[in-house]
Design a protein around this ligand. Structure first.
Ligand code: GDP
Ligand code: IMO
Ligand code: MG
Length: 423
């Protein structure tokens, strides 16, 4: 049996949580492989909206096991808040949520370091969610991190103290105004660690490979998006993990030859939250309409998301890096009634027409070249079958499939689980 991947192809918030929830019925195991509580994955069903941060989006299904892989970074404080959210719905997470011993822990001082680093950058800030993601991955690659498995050892608090002391020295080095009360933060942290320890810690690479041998099916749930990948994204305005397909191999310990389908998920337009280049960004009424109708506010920070037209140059790049085999188009319903739709098919880069993503996509170098298509006017949100799609929507889908040379297998027409159309 094989592992399928579901990856965001843009700058995050494509609707990964919704689709993982929809697809969970087909899988035995759902596994997160990178990122941490910078993610906010929204699921809607039975009139209730849930936002998950670190916990895989399969958690609401009775049968599936949910694994937090070694590539994830976990903040015990946020994690326990998530568990408390699940308690309200009587979700039995103790039996179906398991955590890799090799996952790294976000300490309170990692969050402070994130704030200090951003403050020191001034206008050049990344626009981080300030959840401590960057500093935690820095300690991981610097070989100083504390892992979930360390919590089972007697001396972990000693290790914690040494690292937290070092972090405090680093915070003062930044010489910026970051107010904090570490004692209070630590009290909250240690209380959360105690609750976290009630869950099952496992050697997840062993678990997952054995599951594959036993014929189980696994869906790996990406966080963030390909353009936020630490290697392939719009560096330095990226997150600190590999959000692309290869991240699933290192973040779960599954070999590349175990990967089967790669589902690539994208919005029918583009959004971005935080700083960094965004060639097709709209600063006009059309962009404001997308934000309003699409309710484009960050699920984690509540910040408004920047909106713009679909960028096929960037999307093709993401499909290539990930080896996408099937596409899913989200939020087409948001565009209903627009005068026309623009799709960026090339860039004018320093006077030359190019169709690949260059090293530097800063606005001063790039002007998007658009193809215009007619828009649909019908309300898509009540549709249940692709046969009901208006001609303009079918033409839009055909155009994208031709350009990307990959089939669009799911079209999402609203936030609810049921507003999902298979083609
Ligand atoms: P994720 O981080 O990729 O899981 O995406 P988010 O949950 O951060 O953002 C996606 C937002 O769009 C959420 O508020 C979803 O409820 C919503 N959403 C998902 N699919 C659709 C859709 O097809 N139409 C509309 N209107 N909203 C959608
Ligand atoms: P999901 O999984 C959208 C963005 C931040 C910032 C940059 C770095 O919900 O799609 P970080 O907190 O990692 O230091 O932030 O990445 N970012 C996201 N944008 N969706 C996300 O996750 C994001 N996670 C991080 O806004 O620009
Ligand atoms: Mg999100």
């Amino acid at each position: 049996m094989a592992v399928d991947l579901l990856l965001g192809l843009q700058w995050g918030d494509e609707g990964k949580g919704k689709i993982v929830d929809v697809l969970t019925a087909n899988y035995d195991i759902i596994a997160r492989f990178q990122g941490g509580p910078n993610a906010g994955h929204t699921l809607e069903f039975d009139g209730i909206k849930h936002v998950l941060r670190t916990i895989p989006s399969g958690i609401f299904h009775k049968k599936s096991i949910n694994v937090i892989g070694n590539g994830v970074v976990i903040d015990p404080v946020v994690f326990v808040q998530e568990l408390e959210g699940l308690d309200q719905f009587n979700i039995d997470y103790k039996s179906k949520l398991i955590i890799s011993r090799k996952a790294h822990i976000i300490l309170p001082t990692h969050r402070l370091l994130d704030a200090a680093s951003e403050a020191s950058k001034g206008k050049a800030k990344i626009g981080s969610t300030l959840k401590g993601i960057g500093p935690t991955y820095m300690d991981k690659t610097g070989r100083n991190g504390i892992r979930i498995g360390d919590l089972e050892l007697d001396n972990w608090q000693e290790k914690y103290r040494n690292l937290a002391n070092k972090h405090e020295a680093m915070i003062s080095f930044y010489n910026v105004d970051v107010q904090y009360n570490l004692q209070e933060m630590e009290a909250e942290f240690f209380a959360a660690v105690k609750k976290l320890k009630q869950l099952q810690f496992i050697d997840s690479e062993e678990y997952l490979n054995q599951a594959l041998k036993d014929g189980k099916t696994i869906l790996a749930e990406g966080a963030q998006g390909s353009l936020l990948d630490i290697d392939f994204g719009t560096y330095p305005f990226v997150t600190s993990s590999n959000t692309t397909a290869s991240g699933a191999c290192t973040g779960l310990g599954v070999a590349p030859n175990k990967i089967n389908e790669v589902y690539g998920i994208f919005k029918a337009y583009t959004t971005r939250v935080g700083s960094g280049p965004f060639p097709t960004e709209l600063f006009n009424e059309t962009g404001a309409e997308m934000a309003k109708i699409g309710r484009e506010f960050g699920a984690v920070t509540g910040r408004p998301r920047r909106c713009g037209w679909l960028d096929l140059v960037a999307l093709k790049y993401a499909c290539q890096v990930n080896g996408v085999t099937q596409l899913m188009m989200m939020k087409g319903d948001v565009l209903s009634g627009f005068d026309k739709l623009n799709v960026c098919t090339a860039y004018n880069y320093k006077g030359e027409t190019i169709t690949h993503l260059p090293y530097n996509i800063e606005p001063e170098n790039i002007t998007p070249i658009y193809t215009s298509l007619p828009c649909w006017s019908a309300d898509l949100t009540k549709m249940t079958n692709a046969s009901e799609f208006p001609k303009e929507l079918n033409d839009y889908i055909d155009f994208l499939e031709k350009e990307l040379e990959i089939p669009i297998k799911i079209v999402s027409v609203g936030p609810d689980r049921t507003q999902t159309i298979h083609r």
